[in-house]
Design a protein around this ligand. Structure first.
Ligand SMILES: NC(=O)c1ccc[n+]([C@@H]2O[C@H](COP(=O)([O-])OP(=O)(O)OC[C@H]3O[C@@H](n4cnc5c(N)ncnc54)[C@H](OP(=O)(O)O)[C@@H]3O)[C@@H](O)[C@H]2O)c1
Length: 307
């Protein structure tokens, strides 16, 4: 059982509810809320303490899209944690295609590059004892009903993955909804490669499923936001098996780190055609996910922006 857990992007949405659910477990002694905005983090901490009646939360200021911020955050940790939940992410804000000083798109920096660096630093300085969980998405294997295409890399070579991460693969055709799935695919492949390279730790990729009650659609243009957030997600998506409550989404992350039945190197998500219900190994839906060469190529490609 995990006594201490660090969660990135813990001030809202699934990250915050994961923190709440973990605090309700007696064996949890410490939860680090790694957030980019201290004011929002303080508000979340206060709310979590009120809701759970527990004073187990500690704030770490960390912007995962900024490597200096990630490094400083790791250096500020006095003790190792049992588990790390790499939850921060989404559609990359208002400028997902913008290239950061590290040479990747903003959507890659937020979902992936910062987490790659965070995990490397935590391993290097012995700050992680047991399990790392990456917030993936069924978009990484395609979601036909929502029009999110399956990633269609030609060879999944290192070069091709690099061009996914620096945006060149998409040219002027940068549609954040589609790019998001390809970035989550790259992240999931990196995690599977990490699992083989560090067998003493457990690496789980987990999709929370279609989860309502998050701020995930807030950066969309007004009409699209109304369609998705207030009509699609709460009304139509549940009827199609495409969404569930915040509590259910977050419970997948809690299970992912606490249940040893989830195997290292595997990506768990919903069954084909749905975004809720039972969890299955996603490589049974998209076989590229278990290709070790592709996994290692994603690993090499994303790390080329760091070292
Ligand atoms: N909701 C879904 O249906 C769904 C489905 C599949 C996968 N996921 C994945 O699950 C994760 C959580 O999603 P969510 O729906 O809960 O999203 P959300 O409500 O938008 O919350 C995202 C959290 O990440 C934080 N964050 C964003 N950029 C950050 C950065 N650069 N550094 C530190 N923190 C940052 C946000 O902080 P601020 O408040 O400061 O912005 C917020 O706390 C994401 O990785 C998402 O891709 C979600």
């Amino acid at each position: 059982m995990n006594k201490s857990v660090l969660i990135t992007g813990a001030n809202a949405g699934i990250g915050k509810d994961t923190a709440r659910q973990l605090a309700m477990l007696n064996h949890t002694e410490k939860i680090y809320l790694a957030c980019r905005n201290r004011v929002k983090a303080e508000e979340a901490k206060k709310d979590l303490e009120e809701k759970t009646g527990r004073k187990v939360f500690e704030i770490i200021v960390m912007d995962v899209s900024n490597l200096n911020s990630v490094r400083n955050a790791v250096m500020s940790m006095n003790e190792p944690v049992d588990a790390l939940i790499m939850n921060a992410g989404g559609m990359g804000g208002k400028t997902p295609e913008k290239i950061t000083s590290d040479g990747v798109t903003q959507i890659t920096a937020t979902n992936l590059l910062g987490h790659v660096y965070l995990l490397d630093e935590m391993i290097k300085y012995d700050k992680l004892k047991k399990t790392a969980l990456f917030a993936s998405s069924e978009a990484a294997r395609g979601i036909e009903k929502t029009g999110m295409k399956r990633p269609s890399l030609k060879t999944s070579s290192v070069k091709e993955f690099k061009e996914v991460f620096n945006g060149k693969a998409f040219g002027n055709d940068f549609d954040a909804m589609q790019v998001y799935g390809v970035i989550k695919y790259g992240g999931t492949m990196w995690m599977s490669s990490m699992a083989r390279k560090h067998p003493h730790l457990r690496f789980i990729s987990m999709s929370p499923g279609g989860t309502r009650g998050t701020q995930g659609f807030d950066d969309m243009p007004l009409l699209q936001r109304i369609m998705f957030k207030y009509i699609g997600m709460p009304i139509f998506m549940p009827l199609l098996g495409l969404s569930h409550s915040l509590e259910k989404g977050a419970s997948r992350f809690v299970e992912g780190i606490n249940n040893p039945a989830f195997k290292s190197g595997i990506f768990y998500g919903s069954k084909k055609n749905v975004l809720t219900g039972k969890l299955v190994d996603q490589s049974s839906i998209f076989s590229d996910l278990s290709n070790q060469k592709f996994q290692d190529n994603a690993y090499e490609a994303i790390r080329s922006f760091l070292y």
